[in-house]
Design a protein around this ligand. Structure first.
Ligand code: XUL
Ligand code: CO
Length: 438
């Protein structure tokens, strides 16, 4: 193994009394809780992009990080070092999964052929590392937004040649994901949206987008890729309006084009709040519509209206999210991905560890909370009792199609139906959730 993080030893569980910041307080990967190990429940991944590619730049200032893999003159050599950094980091953190965009793992060449060759070469190195380490690819994806050819979108670009280029790039990214046995493949519509309606043909762009997804689906089935296709909703940024606004919008779009059976969603916590929803809302909506796939565990900052990609600390939201996921049977192919980045003043290598340990412990702590809420049945009646009436004759007949508007009117009039208002006890359930957060 490389020694890029040579001053840091493997992170171990040390419990709540530990004052060593380089230890887990909650996360015990092999501990069985609610029928599975913590690692199996959470399926935690580290992302390539923000962790090893971003150098701390923002729109007002240059990169602030000075890490070895960011200082190499030869981009392929830098790419190889990033592979070493990822696998050393996963091993030291005792985490199993990773995620990447094609352009994160290997530099873009002078042609797509050259770019594909770069990706294949680094993928071979990744495959070898996976073999010896047992680490796995949670999802792969294509970066269809950084290169200026995509400034007006990829699939939704007014120029069909850009569309063709994007399809060709995605084909290669799916091939690589399949080769590395990826559990999922993600579509985030980086620049699929608009900046001005004055020069945008919304209907045309929607048709293009659907065609793009259909071609990917067709190809997936042709090559027998077994992973799940995921769409990652986000309402804005970089464009002022992104077409995959939120889960409901994605679901409606997919249904219009008969694609809803082919995709699930990758929900990112802060994208949910940017769309004016809560993080639990997006998860609940996805679960309710059989669209739930995976999660990017990022949180935002309540004072900032952009995607800050911070490590999760919101115990209430995360507990509620894990509670819902567990109640629905847990992740299948998905998991919790840290699509998160350090603050640009966190310039030491050890900051990667502080950040991820904090994030992993948030997930583990909220898993423990959620299991406790479930096993003690603290919230069990919140929903069950409220809808109990639907288990009675009237409820069953309505939903079973045995009633019409006329028969219901007759029923109400003849029986002088006069429903009594009942309390929803919202504060009682909020108290139950809050008291369950330990
Ligand atoms: C962008 C974002 C992406 C996707 C994958 O906000 O979240 O990293 O997760 O393209
Ligand atoms: Co994301």
């Amino acid at each position: 193994m490389s020694d890029l993080f040579k001053d840091i030893k493997k992170i171990e569980f040390a419990g709540l009394n530990s004052d060593n910041p380089l230890s887990y307080r909650y996360y015990q990967p092999h501990k069985v809780i609610h029928g599975k190990t913590m690692a199996e429940h959470l399926r935690i991944a580290v992302c390539w992009w923000h962790t090893f590619c971003w150098n701390g730049f923002d729109i007002f200032g240059e990169g602030t990080f000075d890490h070895p893999w960011l200082k190499q003159n030869d981009p392929m050599h830098a790419a190889e070092m990033k592979v070493d950094a990822m696998f050393e980091f996963l091993t030291k953190m005792d985490l199993k999964y990773f995620t990447f965009h094609d352009r994160d793992i290997a530099p873009e060449g002078n042609s797509l052929k050259e770019s594909n060759a770069n990706v294949q070469k680094i993928a071979d190195k990744i495959a070898a590392k996976m073999q010896t380490s047992g680490k796995e690819l949670l999802w792969g994806t294509a970066n269809l937004f950084s290169n200026k050819r995509y400034m007006a979108g990829a699939a939704t670009n007014p120029n069909p040649e850009v569309f063709a280029y994007a399809v060709a790039q995605v084909k290669n990214a799916i091939d690589v994901t399949q080769k590395l046995h990826g559990h999922n493949y993600v579509f985030w519509g980086g620049r699929e949206g608009y900046d001005s309606l004055l020069n945008t043909d919304l209907k045309h762009e929607a048709d293009q987008f659907a065609k793009f997804l259909s071609l990917a689906v067709e190809y997936k089935h042709k090559i027998g890729f077994k992973g799940t296709f995921l769409i990652e909703p986000k309402p804005c940024e970089p464009t002022k309006h992104q077409y995959d606004y939120d889960t409901a919008t994605v679901f409606a779009f997919l249904q219009k084009y008969n694609l809803e059976k082919e995709f699930k969603v990758n929900i990112e916590g802060n994208h949910a709040t940017l769309s004016g929803h809560s993080y639990p809302h997006e998860v609940a909506y996805a679960l309710a519509n059989n669209m739930f796939g995976s999660i990017d565990a990022n949180q935002g900052d309540a004072q900032l209206g952009w995607d800050t990609d911070q490590f999760p600390m919101q115990l209430g939201d995360v507990t509620q999210v894990i509670y819902m996921i567990l109640r629905a049977g847990g992740f299948t192919t998905g998991g919790f991905n840290f699509d998160t980045k350090l603050r640009r003043q966190s310039i030491d290598l050890v900051d990667y560890f502080y950040a991820h340990i904090s994030g992993v412990d948030t997930l583990a702590r909220c898993l423990i909370n959620a299991v406790d809420l479930i096993e003690k049945g603290k919230l069990a009646h919140a929903v069950q009792d409220r809808y109990a009436g639907w288990q009675g004759t009237l409820g069953k007949e309505i939903l079973g199609g045995k009633q019409t508007a006329e028969s219901l009117a007759q029923h109400v009039l003849e029986n002088n139906v006069n429903p009594k208002p009942v309390s929803a006890h919202q504060e009682l359930w909020e108290m139950a959730l809050n008291n369950g957060i330990k």
